[in-house]
Design a protein around this ligand. Sequence first.
Ligand code: NAI
Length: 303
Amino acid sequence: MSDAIRFEDQVVIVTGAGGGLGRAHALLFARHGAKVVVNDLGGSTHGEGANASAADKVVEEIRAFGGTAVANHDSVTDGDKIVQTALDHFGRIDVLVNNAGILRDKSFHKIEDADWDLVYKVHVEGAYKTTHAAWPHLREQNFGRVIFTSSTSGIYGNFGQSNYGMAKLGLYGLTRTLAIEGRKNNILVNAIAPTGATRMTEGLIPPQVFEQLKPELVSPLVVYLGSAACQDTGGLYEVGGGWVGKVRWERSLGAGFDPKAGFSPEDVAAQWQRICDFEGAAHPADNVEALKEMMANLQKYAL
Ligand code: NAI
């Protein structure tokens, strides 16, 4: 293991770190010298109950190899308390990994308000609350790294995961804007879409693949994104099984119509192939770049 990436005197919060991916992240950060706040409510995959022992066990594991860690048992929906634990014990916060999550899978016609609300609350509101509490401290010290945990179910969609997909792609939307707002204070914000063998994916992935998808194969990317060595922001990375790749938006060059003359649904139908043709596609990095083609179309017909 290379020791070039170190976190001495830095404090890392990992939410939902009592098991699965979060535990692997917490252990790897601690092995790289970070002081770690191991947060976990310790409930079920469906978001029921609570159990302090999940976080406590991971703290014990970290201390057993000489690392530094403290447990926090609050829900991420009380994210300010998690950040307060970091401040009380270590006096600062440098890196936040928003990892806690639950599932309430049901096909859309069967979904109930409680399934929708709880998934939103844990993933989106929980990540918001924790990040919002950490943000002023990151701004003040002109350094911070924030990682959100998205999902391929959000990026691509997945049967039975309307609530989860909504929340997970929402976190990428949050990533994009916080990357813009954080940049001038050296707060870099990225998102991962992981795949790992955890209690959340047990039974969903074929056993022979499942046993190869060790959670530890996700954490090196997370620790890199959490380090000062990483200078990229606003990215979305798929990671799992020893593979890492970056995802970006792609948009066709599209079709232009005369904005003064207007255009009909039949005009859209006639141009449909062109509208959907990705030959020479654009990859807008921001809003200004995204609006370029539209502005060019206005200009083209301005005379
Ligand atoms: P997991 O169920 O093993 O871990 C999630 C942890 O979050 C649990 O320890 C749980 O107690 C904790 N947690 C749940 N609600 C909480 C709350 N309100 N406050 C604090 N802690 C809470 O599942 P896994 O797979 O490790 O998931 C970690 C993250 O990765 C989740 O956000 C999940 O949605 C995401 N993810 C996982 C994938 C996978 O292949 N395992 C795929 C895509 C995304």
